[in-house]
Each structure stands twice: as C-alpha cells, then as structure tokens.
Design a protein around this ligand. Structure first.
Ligand code: AMO
Length: 439
C-alpha cells in the first residue's frame, strides 16, 4: 500500500549522515537502490540525489512489521525511512540506519526498462529512452551538476564584468546563420522559424544602448547530420559588447573559459571523480592560429584544403592534433562568414572573425560586427539575402549603432570539454537529434 507524504519531512540528505550524528533519529527520503535479504538480517541501500545510505535491519533488533515492510519493497520504489544512525565501518559514509518506520510512497513496476545502478551497461539509445532512470546514476547526474556549476560561474563572471542578462525571442521571422538550417513553423497565417541564434537581437541591444549583454538560451538548427557534436536543439551562451573589437571579446571569452575550468576543478571535485575524469587547466592566454597558417598546417599534414574553404572534419582533426587544448582560429575568409562579420579594411577578403576550438571541436564563433548600415546591406546582397527580410534589424543601424563585437559559445559542447564525454547527447538532459524527439 502506498502512502501520501502527509507530515513526513526529510531531516537529512544521505550526504549529511555520518558517524558524528550517531544515535540521532533521522528521517530519510529516497529510492530503493538495492535489497539484500540474508534471512536474519536485511540490508536496503537507499539513494537520494547526493549519494547512498545503508538501512540495516537485524531480525533480532527490529519489529517483524518493519522486516515485512522491507521485504515488500521493490527496486527503485520511493520510500521514507525513519531510523537511528549507527556507526558501520564498511557501509557508505561509515554509517547505517536501524529502521523504526518504513513508508512506501511510490512502488516501482518490475522489471525496470533499464538498470539505474550501473551494474548493467546499456547503450546510449536505451539510456535516453528511459532517461529519467539513467539520470538516477551518479556518473550521469554528475555531468549536470558540473553543467549547473558552469552556468553559475558564467553568470557570476558576467555580473562582475557589468554584462547584463537578456532574453530574446525564439520565434523569429528570418535566418541569421544560413537558410538551410532553419526549422520552419506555422505562426498563425504567417511563416516563421525557430531561432538559430540570438545574433540579430543581441546586436539590436547594442543599438538600444545596453553596452554589454549576454543571453543563455536555446538555439535551433535543422542540421541533417547525425554526429557526436551536433544537436538540433542546443544551448548557446551569447555575449555582445559595444565599443569593443574581436580582440577585446576574445579576451573576455578566454577569461570566462579559464574561470569555468578553475571553478569546475574547485567546486566539482566529487563529480569529476564520479565520472572518472581528470580536468586539465591550461596556462596563460589561449594561443592563436591564423586561418592562412592553418591552411598551410593542414596541407602539410596531408589533408588537401584550398584557401577560402571552411575546414573539413579531417582538417579540424589534423589541425587539432597540433594543439594542446583550447586555441583561437582567427582571420577567416570573409566569404564563408555571415553578413554581419566585419572585413579587414586593408585586406577585405579576410575578416575580424574567430572560432575558439578545443582540439578538433569548435566551441565558439565570434567577430567584430559590421555597424555601418550600407556595408551591412552590401554584405547581405553579396550573400544572396534580401535586405527587405531584415527590415527591423537594419533599422537599428540607421539611428546610432556603436561599433561592437561578440561571440556565441555552444554550452553543451563546452560541457563535453568539462566532463570528457565524447557524445554531446551525454551533456543534454533530453537531447534532440535527427532521430529523437522524445522523451
Ligand atoms: P555558430 O553558428 O558558430 O555562431 O554557433 C555558435 C556555437 O554554438 C554551437 N553550436 C552547436 N552546438 C551543438 N549543435 C549544433 N547544431 C550547434 N550549432 C552551433 C557551437 C558553435 O561554435 N551568431 C554566431 C555567434 C556569434 O558570432 O556571436 C553563431 O551562432 O559550439
């Protein structure tokens, strides 16, 4: 029989129960991780968000009713357990609970669609299909604790730098990052799209006089390719700052990433241990490789690449192999960058655009932006875009737009670096890819 919560309230999380509180009566809430019935003694391991704790019920010491209640439990059921703390060297946290009252709050069906105790390894698809169970595993939930710390560090850093958080629309009327990657939707009688990037809005906020802004939000890309680093819905950390250029915002990005690496190491030591990952913190500013030089390096490694092309996957790999970790790839050809990127004055075929790479993974793109109306319209036309479709954006460039620069970081890709996972799906609670729209 299942009971309601009623007056039952947790007094301790598993992590707060230790030999120092021996003898105390506590109320614990959690999931049944494991049941071992040895006849004369029953062991039940209870799991909560932060860890495991052992319930020990010797038949000589506890009521027959308690023993019956424990025997009736099934794995992954939710229970409230009242009991007394006792030292136990071999148990988790060096303690065990002698139970006085068991309340079954929710009984789990059996068999389970997957084993959340890490004993049986499951394929990523099986895991994602039952993601709520998969997320009960300490190594899996650790990834999200590290990601939460990452966002907290970013918000603290931006706050210190006077960068204001904004939220911009995700239902939009035009493309920003190339038309082929757009998800069309029906917006009443009009056609609309899911936003690929807050690019146009963060730039308009420069025209609004907000000086420095950031946004952490969903971006949607109708990417056809099914890779370990692409999602159709990702989270982007976007920054834009007035009266700054590409070099200024690269410094901000470098500082932010370094802060995140340090804070992960400091605040998430336990989580890193649970996932078995050693995080390296690089010294000094990230090195810079100019696109011109990258082309030479890539060709010298036996991968053909013409000047003016985007890097192929092979090119990213061989270039990444020449680098220790993070590096900036700068001075990209203007023609393969979006219309809003500022070309060099003295060499307009290259632009003030950069990518931040981690080995062969692109983490961020950014640039000095075009802030002159005429240049912006010209660059749209050169890219076969109709300026009429960008009326609301262009208007902001006619009435006082400061020079500005910014970048966007793929939050899920950055989380891959922090946790060492190879598949981006591992860093997203409920990933959206070419084949997955549920759960
Ligand atoms: P870009 O298109 O390079 O630039 O995107 C910025 C960063 O977002 C991440 N990203 C993705 N992550 C997972 N799956 C995807 N499909 C995906 N697409 C992008 C990457 C990438 O580096 N407006 C510019 C940014 C700017 O200039 O401010 C933009 O969107 O890590």
């Amino acid at each position: 029989m299942e009971y309601l919560l009623g007056d039952l309230r947790r007094t301790h999380y598993s992590k707060d129960i230790n030999p120092e509180i021996t003898g105390e009566e506590i109320q614990l809430m959690g999931w049944v991780h494991e049941i071992r019935d040895l006849g004369g003694i029953i062991f039940v391991i209870i799991r909560d968000r932060d860890g495991l704790i052992q319930i020990t019920a010797p038949s000589k010491k506890v009521d027959a009713q308690i023993l019956d209640d424990l025997r009736a439990l099934r794995k992954e059921s939710v229970v409230a357990i009242k009991g007394t703390v006792q030292e136990a060297g071999k148990a988790p946290n060096g303690v065990e609970i002698i139970p006085a009252e068991i309340t079954l709050l929710n009984l789990a069906n059996q068999p389970l669609p997957m084993d959340p105790t890490e004993k049986v390894k499951a394929e990523i698809d099986t895991r994602l299909n039952s993601r709520f169970l998969d997320l009960r595993k300490a190594n899996v939930s650790s990834i999200f604790k590290i990601k939460a710390n990452m966002f907290k560090t970013i918000r603290n850093y931006f706050d210190e730098e006077g960068i204001i958080e904004i939220n911009t629309p995700k239902l939009v009327a035009s493309a920003t990052e190339g038309g082929t990657e757009l998800f069309p939707i029906t917006y009443f009688e009009k056609e609309a799209f899911l936003g690929q990037s807050p690019q146009l809005y963060k730039q308009m906020m420069m025209g609004a006089g907000f000086d420095k802004v950031f946004e952490i939000g969903q971006i949607f890309r109708a990417e056809e390719h099914d890779t370990l680093r692409h999602l159709n819905e990702a989270v982007s950390i976007d920054m834009e700052a007035s009266f700054m250029d590409d070099v200024d915002v690269m410094n901000i990005l470098d500082n932010m990433i370094t802060r995140i690496l340090q804070s992960t190491k400091e605040n998430c030591a336990e989580e890193l241990e649970k996932i078995g990952f050693e995080l390296d913190i690089p010294e000094g500013p990230f090195p810079e490789v100019k696109y011109d030089d990258a082309v030479d390096i890539i060709n010298s490694k036996g991968v053909d690449m013409e000047w003016g092309e985007d890097l192929s996957r092979e090119a990213e790999k061989v270039l990444g192999d020449t680098q220790e970790g993070f590096y900036f790839l700068t001075d990209w050809p203007s023609a393969i960058k979006p219309f809003y990127v500022m070309p060099y004055e003295d060499r307009p075929e290259i632009s003030h655009a950069f990518d931040l790479m981690y080995k062969n993974l692109e983490i961020s793109s950014g640039a000095t932006r075009v802030h002159q109306y005429d240049v912006l319209v010209k660059q749209m036309i050169e890219r076969d875009l109709n300026p009429d479709g960008f009326g609301a954006y262009l208007k902001a460039f006619e009435y006082g737009m400061p020079p500005h620069a910014g970048w966007g970081v793929g939050a899920d890709r950055l989380a891959m670096v922090l946790t060492g996972v190879e598949n981006i799906r591992e860093t997203v609670l409920f990933p959206r890819d070419r084949h997955r729209l549920t759960p």
